[in-house]
Design a protein around this ligand. Structure first.
Ligand SMILES: Cc1cc2nc3c(=O)[nH]c(=O)nc-3n(C[C@H](O)[C@H](O)[C@H](O)COP(=O)(O)O)c2cc1C
Length: 225
């Protein structure tokens, strides 16, 4: 069965805004038949990378920092799809960046040039084939996701796995008291979850439904003052 690992960087965990989009997405994947395990970074002890390159030069693939990454590494190696869930925190919570840095032991240190860029690959024992981003933000425009989106895309490109797309929900607070739009958006999130498992990709139209504007920028600004 397809294995999904969700790394959830939402510090408000179950109460987080991002989980409003993540939950139906995972439901859709479950309906399609997958094995999902989710880890809240906040509940884990994940130290920062200390940059000594032990995992590349001394003992390739092995990180010597004794923390919860030692529990997570085998699960990450064994996942087919890796889902990152995070809010936009100009650009993302520091705990999430620590996690990204600590993925280095999964990467083969043999660098090569791909499309004019210095790139790597995962070690042969890492199964991950796709990465997905699920994110929410407070401000009005989608451009608020550009940095976090670039970070996850860059990681996928660097290790030569497919970036399968992003479920992005700007001005998410405006979903409250808007049951009609909330239903449309949660249904779309459920459908792309199902699609990703069954068809291997998510429809652009459905992803656009998830990030559609809920109010005008003018109204947003007038209410924020
Ligand atoms: C430290 C911090 C920085 C933030 N920076 C941005 C930002 O740059 N752009 C934006 O649209 N929202 C920003 N937000 C708002 C959050 O992205 C938004 O409230 C989000 O839905 C929170 O998701 P969560 O409940 O899953 O943590 C910021 C929030 C915090 C606490």
């Amino acid at each position: 069965m397809t294995k999904i690992i969700v790394v959830n960087g939402c510090l408000r965990m179950e109460k987080s805004n991002t989980s409003k989009i993540l939950t139906p997405f995972l439901e859709g994947m479950e309906q399609a038949g997958v094995d999902i395990e989710m880890f809240y970074i906040k509940r884990l002890n994940i130290q920062p990378c200390n940059g000594d390159f032990y995992c590349w030069n001394k003992n390739p693939g092995i990180c010597h920092i004794a923390d919860d990454m030692q529990m997570l590494y085998p699960k990450l190696r064994d996942a087919d799809i890796l889902v990152f869930a995070t809010p936009v925190y100009s650009p993302l919570p520091g705990e999430m960046q620590n996690l990204f840095n600590r993925l280095i032991p999964l990467i083969d240190p043999q660098l090569r040039t791909r499309d004019g860029r210095t790139r790597a690959r995962f070690h042969a024992n890492v199964k991950i084939k796709k990465m997905v981003l699920v994110s929410s933000s407070g401000w009005w425009e989608k451009e608020n996701f550009e940095t976090v989106l670039r970070i996850v895309k860059e990681l996928a490109e660097d290790v030569n796995v497919e970036f399968a797309g992003a479920l992005l929900r700007p001005h998410i607070d405006w979903l409250v008291n808007n049951d009609e739009k909330a239903k449309e958006i949660f249904d779309a999130a459920r459908q792309v979850g199902f699609q990703l498992v069954r068809e291997g990709k998510m429809s652009k139209n459905l992803l656009n439904i998830i990030c559609q504007p809920l109010i005008s920028n003018k109204r947003f600004l007038s209410k924020m003052r």
